[in-house]
Design a protein around this ligand. Sequence first.
Ligand code: PLP
Length: 375
Amino acid sequence: MHIYFDNASTTPMHPEVLSNMYDVLAQDFGNPSSIHWHGRKAKSLIEQSRKSVAKALNASIGEIFFTSCATEATNMILKMAVEDLGVRRIISSPTEHHCVLHTLDYLKSKNLCDIVYLQVDQEGHIQEEALINLLENDDTKTLVSLMHGNNEIGTMHDITRIGQICHEHGALYHCDAVQTIGKYAIDVQKSNINFLTGSGHKFHGPKGIGFVFISNDNIISPYILGGAQERNMRAGTENIAGITGIAKALELATSDMDKNHQYVTSLRERFKSLLNQHIHDVRYNGDQNNSFMAHVLNVSFPPSLHADLLVMNLDIEGISTSSGSACSSGIEEDSHVLQAIGHPTERKAIRFSFSPNNTLEEVAYTIEVLKRLLA
Ligand code: PLP
C-alpha cells in the first residue's frame, strides 16, 4: 500500500486532464505561431485556455500569461517591477516561498531595491498595522509580495485586506497564490491584486506549466526574450498540452471547489482528532482556528529519537509526507518558515497534506503506523 500525504508539494494529475492532454499531444502538434491550419488550431487551444484561466480569477483574457512554473512567473514579476515600474522597495515576509525570498536576495545583492520583511507571529500572520505604518511613513514606490496560503504551515493571509491597504497607499500587490488556486475563490479585481502567480501541478494539473496575472495598468517588458509568443511577453514555443492541461485542471478544481473543500476538511479533522487521542503531546504549527488551508496539517511532535526518523520511517511504511526541515551542511535545521514562527528546534515538525484522492481509511491506517513508530 502506498499513501500519498504530500499534496502541498505536488498532486497527481486528474484523469480527465491526462486524457485531454494526451489528445492534444497526439493531435495538436502544430506550432501556434504558424499561420496554417495546424498552427491556428494549436493557437486557438491556447486562447481558449487563457480565457478559462482568466474567468476563474475574474481577470481579463489579456491579463493572463503562461509560463513554465510559478517560480519563473515570480522572478518575472519581482525583477521586472523593479526594472520597468520604478519599484524601489519591496515589502514581504520571512515565510514566503524561496522563489520570492531568493529573488528578493538577488535584487538586494545588486542594490536594485530595498527589501523590508514584516515580522510574523507564532501562527505565521503578519500585523496589518506594521504594513500600514511602512506604507504611510515612506512614499518610495513600493511593491508588497505576500502569499495567499503558506505551503508549510497552511496559514492564510487576508489577501483582500492586503490588496485594499496596498491600493489605498498606492503600492503594488503581488500575491503568490500557488497553494490556493483551485481550492479557494480568488477575485483579482475585488482583492485589488496587481500580480498573481500560480502553478499547474498543485491542483492536479501537469508540471512544467504556470501562469502569471498582470493587471492591465502595469505593463512590464518581457523577462524571457526571443519570439513574439504570449503577445511578446514570454518568448519560446508554447507548451500547448501543458497550457490546455492547466486550464482543464483549474476548471475541474473550480467546479468541485466546495465539495473538495468539505471533503479535505473532514480528512484533516479526523487526522487531528485521532492524533490528539493517540499521540502524546502533539502540537500544530500554523493557524488552527481562523485562516488556514484545509489541505495542510503541520504537526509538531515532541523530541525523541523516533520522531527524528519519522519521515523516513513513514516512507518505509509506504506513507509519503514531508519534513519541515532542510539539511544544511549535514545538520538538520527547521525550515525558514518554522524558524520565523519560532518553532522549538528540539521538536520535530512533519507536514501531512491532503487531496480529494485521499481517504479516511488512509488517515486511520497512518495513525496506526504513527502509534507503532512512536511507541
Ligand atoms: N509558491 C509556493 C507557495 C509554493 O508552494 C511553490 C511550490 O512548492 C512555489 C511557489 C513554486 O512553484 P513551482 O515549483 O511550481 O514553480
